[in-house]
Design a protein around this ligand. Structure first.
Ligand code: SF4
Length: 367
């Protein structure tokens, strides 16, 4: 059914202005820096990184490898020396996702894996809310983000005060927050969800109506899959909302055999044209199982590279929408992060306690 209400900042006359929480990251600690290693392209670097290049040879030209391999080699050496683990989202560039990350995946996979990590230092290659989620689940570990300016248009669209205003307007209605929100927002809601489990989480509440925030398009998709009435927030992902249904029709007209798969953060006219809709993890599994000859992946552009590196027999047609926030994370600033132990993600402990409950409630849901 359609969503039953759509609210945003303009719908609340008394809304405090300009109070979206900015990411909190501490500067590097004094006395912890290590010297910059050599970043020369040597025979030893070439030999040590050859197995890594084999993973990405279909998406990174050989002429570019000598430029990035020395940094990849240095990151992997430092990671071992620091006892660190690198988590990377599916939208990270292939040289990060396939060559330095220990664990890759979507928000849910990273959140779950973060709880199993033994290392004392987590370097989060993703955007700030993901690093915050890792910190929530690992309060005693050092969580680093290579660039704390890596934000998200969804997380920036809503504040904790907005959630309180929604609760006043709809007393007793439970609130579900997509993980693409700040810790401040997670602290105000009943439970979190990802695009992998959003319908399951909404239905787990056994309520006739649920407030679902902040992505209006994911909310619309969830509403189409359940009988629960959905009240949504007017947030959107600046990457996925740029896709158009007519673009997809043009791909299909050019080659009627092409398969199209899309992320549920896309607008409804895009999803209507897709052969399959799912989270990044579900999309990857779909490609692994179906092995289509030609494929259009309607999501952030690096994911197509990461899948093609793994499955070179699948030809990707790529409408390339890059997330500028995800692309703030680079090999150079991952190296810097490991050298200086910056930027460390910090969350007020009392707020973290409340936010953690919403994330853990999601993780503990039975599948
Ligand atoms: S792709 Fe969209 S939802 Fe993901 S981090 Fe970028 S802006 Fe946020």
């Amino acid at each position: 059914m359609p969503i039953t209400g759509l609210y945003g900042p303009d719908d609340f006359a008394g809304r405090p202005q300009g109070q979206t929480t900015s990411p909190r990251a501490a500067p590097p600690r004094q006395g912890t820096s290590l010297p910059m290693p050599s970043l020369e392209w040597t025979a030893e670097v070439e030999r040590a990184t050859a197995p890594l290049y084999a993973r990405v040879k279909d998406v990174i030209p050989p002429i570019e490898w000598p430029l990035m391999a020395p940094t990849i080699h240095a990151v992997n050496e430092l990671k071992a020396a620091r006892g660190a683990v690198i988590l990377a989202h599916n939208y990270q560039a292939p040289e990060i996702f396939h060559c330095v990350a220990d664990i890759g995946g979507d928000s849910l996979q990273l959140a779950v894996e973060a709880t199993k990590v033994k290392a004392g230092i987590i370097v989060q290659c993703g955007v700030h809310f993901m690093a915050e989620t890792s910190k929530l689940l690992n309060p005693d570990k050092t969580v680093l983000i290579p660039d704390s300016r890596a934000g998200c248009s969804l997380a920036a669209s809503i504040t904790g005060a907005d959630v309180r205003l929604l609760r006043e307007k709809f007393p007793g209605v439970p609130v579900v927050a997509y993980v693409n929100t700040s810790a401040e927002v997670k602290a105000e809601v009943d439970i979190c969800c990802t695009s992998s489990n959003a319908v399951q989480v909404v239905e787990s509440l056994n309520a006739p109506t649920v407030i679902f925030l902040p992505d209006r398009y994911l909310a619309t998709y969830v509403a189409s899959k359940t009988n629960v009435k959905i009240i949504a927030w007017k947030g959107a992902c600046e990457v996925h909302e740029r896709f158009k249904g007519e673009e997809l029709r043009a791909y299909r007209e050019a080659d009627p055999s092409v398969q199209i798969i899309a992320h549920p953060e896309c607008p409804p006219d895009v999803l209507a044209e897709a052969d399959f809709t799912g989270s990044t993890a579900h999309m990857i599994n779909w490609v692994r199982e179906r092995r289509p000859r030609r494929l259009v992946m309607i999501t952030e552009c690096s994911m197509a590279d990461n899948v093609r590196a793994e499955l070179p027999d699948v030809e990707m047609l790529r409408p390339c929408n890059l997330c500028p926030h995800m692309k703030r994370i680079t090999l150079a600033n991952i190296l810097e992060s490991l050298l200086t132990l910056g930027e460390e993600v910090t969350i007020d402990p009392a707020l973290a306690e409340r936010a953690r409950r919403s994330v853990e409630r999601m993780i503990n849901l039975k599948n």
